[in-house]
Write a protein that binds this ligand. Structure first.
Ligand code: OGA
Ligand code: MN
Length: 282
């Protein structure tokens, strides 16, 4: 019998729980099509009680597109380099301070790359007893609720992106020295059109966006801060509180996310992640 998907909204802005599928096994095309149809309408999908290893996570990620090799080489999975660890535990068991506080500012992953990600998948393996959630905001709603004059003002603007160069950039993992010169500034449109849904979305973030090509200094900074503050208002946010075995799939173009970071560093928090490419922003 075909698997029966059920869905339940988790938040007003985004977040949809999906039940009735085991993501560790190959997914029938018609079931995957149904997942994708929900996904283009709701850019954060939550699946409970899953058990994927790095291989099955990579196989799931490949259904959405070719996988990215993440720039943070130390966190790549030993057997499957397209999968990364998000962990606050070092190999010797001590607290990884960098891993603990990474990514607690609002961002979309890899926007400092010429060809940024489309879809990310995170799978909880060990979670702290309290806190340690992940927050997501909806960049389609953020765009659609901007005042008309702001939408007019940002039409045709180009964002400047560079690894960790934005106002929240100090909350992330530093690159290795040899990588610094290899990742030059890149430019992406501030308003993108979603290739599947055709909806417009705001494409800037706190960690990697540091200004606009067309606007200098203070004017650009004030506009960027205003856009980011607007996008992360409570009504556009879903706070995911992890349970062991959760898989969350999000659209990197239509959302920003951040780690809540509000847990005891000595409690283990270990996740597996993979990221798929999509189209290039135009
Ligand atoms: C990241 C990230 C969120 C989290 O490492 O890129 O977004 O909740 N982490 O760990
Ligand atoms: Mn991230």
């Amino acid at each position: 019998m075909a698997e029966q998907l059920q869905t339940r909204p988790l938040g007003g802005a985004l977040g949809l729980e999906v039940t009735g599928v085991d993501l560790s096994r190959p997914i029938a095309d018609e079931v995957f099509d149904e997942i994708k149809e929900n996904f283009w309408r709701n850019p954060v999908l939550v699946f409970r009680d899953q058990d994927l290893d790095a291989h099955s996570l990579a196989a799931l990620g490949r259904r959405f597109g070719p996988l990215q090799l993440h720039v943070l080489v130390d966190y790549r999975h030993e057997e499957v380099p397209e999968v990364s660890w998000l962990t606050n535990v070092k190999k010797d068991g001590s607290v990884d301070e960098v891993g603990y506080k990474r990514a607690t500012s609002w961002h979309s992953d890899g926007t400092f790359e010429e060809h940024p990600p489309a879809v990310a998948i995170l799978h909880a393996k060990e979670i702290p007893s309290r806190g340690g959630g992940t927050l997501f905001c909806n960049m389609i709603q953020a765009y659609e609720t901007l005042p008309d004059e702001t939408r007019e003002r940002i039409r045709g603007l180009t964002g400047r992106h560079l690894y960790a160069a934005g106002r929240g950039g100090n909350e992330t993992v530093p690159l290795k020295d040899y990588q610094k010169g290899t990742l030059p500034e890149v430019h992406h449109p501030v308003v993108r059109t979603h290739p599947e849904s055709g909806r417009k979305m705001l494409y800037v973030n706190d960690i990697h966006t540091f200004g606009f090509v067309e606007l200098d200094g203070e004017e650009g900074e004030t506009l960027l801060n205003g856009l980011l503050d607007h996008a992360t208002r409570d009504e556009f946010v879903y706070h995911h509180r992890w349970s062991h075995g959760d898989v969350v799939i999000w659209d990197e173009r239509a959302t920003m996310h951040r780690g809540a970071g509000d847990y005891a560093p000595t409690e283990r928090r270990i996740m597996l992640r993979t990221i798929s490419f999509g189209e290039r922003p135009e």
